[in-house]
Structures are given as structure tokens and as C-alpha cells.
Design a protein around this ligand. Structure first.
Ligand code: F0G
Length: 461
């Protein structure tokens, strides 16, 4: 598919600095070869994340001005509630300051220490909060999800037979919740079908287990459903969203992705009467940790931009352009023989660095090596989703090997143009041509957990 032209025009611009190769080498050395240590002033194209990095629309900027900063009962809170009600139809929706705040509110309340929490695949912070609440996170992604090569429409699905077997073996009372991450970030932004959601919902109901959606990229997921699930070919994105959310009991959302805000999140319960203790318990956690219920850790202006962003993120023309960008970049890589997760997911391209740099073993971090090289080549910032991201085994201290060595090129929303994506594809082609000169890395200093943010590394030359 060719590039889908932007369904917007540009009203404000932010200059970006073009650096020389010498400046970039000095910058990455000063950052101890860790992309998180770079100053964003030294980055030309920033593909580190699609989270909180989207461009606000003129309506959202206007919303910032009319945001109501009342401590309680604010107008912007009412606006947000009206929009969330229209989109999701849930009884209780609560703003919080970001996705992991929603997780921090939810998991300690629903998890008895020692219980399992099952997911198609947990995002890192979600897995972290399950663990902090004393739960045991279990990932049960479908077999296609773990296979970079296989072309399947819904590689983000949960493995229903394994889910049923797990519940049959352990019993519903040992499982606090099933969490469906849509789209499935950790396997490459791959979508989940409504059919799979229905199955997960059926199994959850049969065993009396709560079904929770991790809704960070729910709109992208709905667009994939429209394109790939025949039943929904003629449905609107909003109809698909309603159908999907009606299958769950609750959701957590990082609004920094598909709701296109710089900061924000939501937590929600569908049927308040069915779970009276749940809402009361979550409200207590919100008031203690986030703030009063009508602002939940956000400014009134944030609530206003979130109400507007939620609607813009569901616009079909926007989603066609948005997912068209990932497809365009992936197709350029295909032409150049650069291996990557296919079909491409929603929020970016996951390059198979292990295959592109076969001379670098997993414990020398090919995904990280490629990320550093992209910076040196063209000032592009990306990140490793591979063995470097994984902390050593907490018990044995042994390094852990990831299932795949990816470099993630996450595309911020409404920020970069076709030409920027061409710069990325050209840089990858240049690296491909000198792939055998790219060094592996060793860690010289690392913290106890979440090492990839702050570790110091050195190339092995
Ligand atoms: N769930 C998913 C699926 C996510 O991708 C993220 C964040 C979160 C929850 C946590 O939300 O950042 O607002 O606290 N993902 C970002 C990323 C950071 O780069 O993929 P948060």
C-alpha cells in the first residue's frame, strides 16, 4: 500500500536539529551508549516511543485554554465523562495520571497474594504492578504471536486452549483476572480479534474471573478488526469499540497512546452494580494516591484535551493514515530485505536485529546494537525490545534470553511525515550494507531492576 496522505495540515512546527556524525558519536559516548541518556536536542527523528509524544490538534490546544481547574465537580471532568460514556458505555470511569497509575489502583485491590493474573502478554509496567500486588503474572499468547515469520491477522490473541487448560488445572479462585492487552505491545503491536475477546470473556465468565482490557491502543485494534475480521467489515470503529468493551468487566488505559494526550490515563468498571465493592475500593485507592475523584492526578486542562483526543483517536480517516505509516515503513524495509515482524503492528515497526546482525550473539544485544547504530547513522532514536531489555533472573542472577531480538521503531502520532520515514528506511539500508562492522555491546554498570533505562554500556570492538 502506498503512503496514506495526512488527514490534517500543519499549523505549528517545532524545529529539529540536524547533527554531524562527529556530534552524534560524542553524544552517544557521553550517554554511555544508552539511548535513554541522550538529550532530545541531539535527536533528529525520535522513535523511542509513541507514548505521550503525539501532536495535539488545534482543538486540543484550544481545550487547554478552556480547561476548568476546579478542585471538585469541574466542567472538564463532566466533558470527559460525557465522551467516555458515549464511547465505552461503562458505569464508572475514573481519570488517573497515566496507564501505570491505573494499574497501581487496580491490581492491589483485586489480587490476593499468590493468585495468578493471566494475559495475552503483559506490558512491563502491568506485569510489574501484578508482581507488586503479590500476584503471579502469566503470559499465554497464541502460537503465531511468538513467530516473527508467520503471517497471521491476529497475532496478539490469547491462546484459548492454554487458557482453558490453565483454569481447569488451577481453578478460577486462584486467578485474580485475565488481562487482554489490545493491541498486544510486547509482541509488536499485534491486534486481538473480537472473536478472541469473546472466547476470553466466555472462559472468564465460566470460571468467575474478572476480565480486564489494557486499552492503551484500543482504537488501532478496532481498525485492524475492521480490516481483518469479516464480521466487522461494515461496522464503524465506534461500533467495534463498543462490542469489544462490552465483553470485559473493567479496563485500564494509558491515554498517552490512542487518546493522543501528553499525559493521562483511565480506569473503568462496566457494571457497577455487579461489583459494588470493586468501585468503592478503587475509589479509595484513587483518592489516596492520585487525587480527588473529579481530577485524578490530572489538571483540568488535561481532562479537556483527553476528552477531545479520545474522539480524534477514533476517527477512521486518522486511523487509516496512522496505520498506513507503519505499513509504508515496513514495506520499504521489505523492499530492502531488512527483516522485521510481519504483518506490521499498529504503533511501529519491530526490526529483527537478530537476523540483520547475525554475528552478534543475544548476550551482546543485537537489538540495542542496531538502535545505537541508527543513532550514529542518522540521529534516529529507537530502543531494544530483546535480551537487553530483560533484567537478569531475580533468583539466579543469570542473563535471560528473549524470544526475539527486536529494535522498535515506534511512530509518534501526527508528528513525522513520509520523508522522515524515508530517512529511517535509508539509514537502515546503509546499516544493512555494512552490517558486519556493527559491534555488539557489554554492560559495564546496571541497576537492580529495569536496567535498560540507566545501564552503561561499551561496544566490543
Ligand atoms: N499498557 C501498555 C500496553 C503500554 O504500552 C503502556 C506504556 C502502559 C500500559 C503503561 O502506560 O506509560 O502511561 O504508564 N507503554 C509505553 C511504550 C511506555 O513505550 O510502549 P503509561
Amino acid at each position: 500500500m502506498g503512503y496514506v496522505a495526512e488527514p490534517f495540515k500543519i499549523k505549528a512546527v517545532e524545529p529539529i536539529r540536524i547533527t554531524t556524525p562527529e556530534e552524534r558519536r560524542a553524544a552517544i559516548i557521553a550517554a554511555d551508549y544508552n539511548n535513554f541518556g541522550l538529550s532530545s536536542d541531539d535527536v533528529y527523528i525520535d522513535l523511542l516511543t509513541d507514548s505521550g509524544t503525539g501532536a495535539l490538534s488545534d482543538r486540543q490546544w484550544a481545550g487547554l485554554m478552556i480547561g476548568d481547574e476546579a478542585y471538585a465537580g469541574g466542567r472538564s471532568h463532566r466533558h470527559l465523562m460525557q465522551v467516555t460514556d458515549e464511547i465505552f458505555g461503562y458505569d464508572w470511569v475514573q481519570p488517573v495520571h497515566q496507564g501505570r497509575a491505573a494499574e497501581k489502583v487496580l491490581f492491589p485491590f483485586i489480587t490476593t497474594p499468590g493468585q495468578y493474573v493471566i494475559s495475552n502478554t503483559f506490558f512491563d509496567t502491568t506485569r510489574g504492578h501484578v508482581g507488586l500486588a503479590g500476584g503471579i503474572p502469566v503470559d499465554l499468547v497464541c502460537p503465531e504471536g511468538g513467530d516473527v515469520e508467520v503471517d497471521a491477522p491476529f497475532k496478539g490473541n490469547i491462546d484459548v486452549p492454554r487458557l482453558e487448560a490453565f483454569l481447569a488445572e488451577h481453578g478460577g479462585e486462584s486467578v485474580a483476572a485475565i488481562v487482554m492487552t489490545i493491541t498486544n505491545n510486547s509482541v509488536g503491536g499485534q491486534p486481538v480479534s473480537v472473536a478472541n475477546m469473546r472466547e476470553a470473556s466466555r472462559v472468564a465468565r465460566e470460571h468467575g474471573v474478572l476480565l480486564v482490557i489494557d486499552a492503551a491502543r484500543f482504537a488501532e485494534n478496532a481498525y485492524f478488526v475492521k480490516r481483518r475480521e469479516p464480521e466487522f467489515r461494515d461496522a464503524s470503529i465506534r461500533e467495534i469499540t463498543r462490542t469489544t468493551f462490552a465483553l470485559a468487566d473493567a479496563f485500564t488505559m494509558s491515554a498517552k497512546k490512542d487518546a493522543i494526550v501528553s499525559m493521562g490515563g483511565l480506569i473503568a468498571v462496566r457494571d457497577r452494580a455487579a461489583h459494588p465493592d470493586l468501585v468503592a475500593g478503587l475509589q479509595a485507592n484513587v483518592v489516596a494516591g492520585e487525587g480527588f475523584l473529579t481530577y485524578g492526578g490530572l489538571a483540568g486542562r488535561d481532562l479537556e484535551t483527553l476528552a477531545i483526543g479520545l474522539k480524534e483517536g477514533l476517527d477512521e480517516n486518522f486511523l487509516r493514515y496512522r496505520l498506513g505509516q507503519s505499513e509504508y515503513l515496513a514495506d520499504r524495509l521489505l523492499e530492502d530485505g531488512i527483516p522485521h515482524q510481519r504483518p506490521v503492528g499498529g504503533h511501529g515497526v519491530f526490526v529483527d536485529a537478530g537476523a540483520l546482525l547475525p554475528h552478534i550473539p543475544w548476550y551482546r544485544f543485537p537489538g540495542h546494537a542496531l538502535a545505537v547504530e541508527l543513532y550514529l547513522e542518522a540521529g534516529i532514536r529507537s530502543c531494544d525490545i530483546g535480551s537487553y531489555l530483560l533484567d537478569p533472573d531475580p533468583v539466579t542472577g543469570e542473563p535471560q534470553q528473549a524470544v526475539a531480538e527486536f529494535t522498535r521503531l515506534a511512530i509518534p502520532r501526527r508528528v513525522y511525515t513520509q520523508s522522515h520515514l524515508d530517512v529511517v528506511a535509508d539509514a537502515l539500508r546503509a546499516i544493512r550494507d555494512r552490517a558486519d562492522t556493527v559491534p555488539g555491546y557489554q554492560i559495564v554498570e546496571q541497576p537492580a531492576v529495569l536496567r535498560h533505562f540507566t545501564a552503561k554500556l561499551r561496544p566490543i570492538v
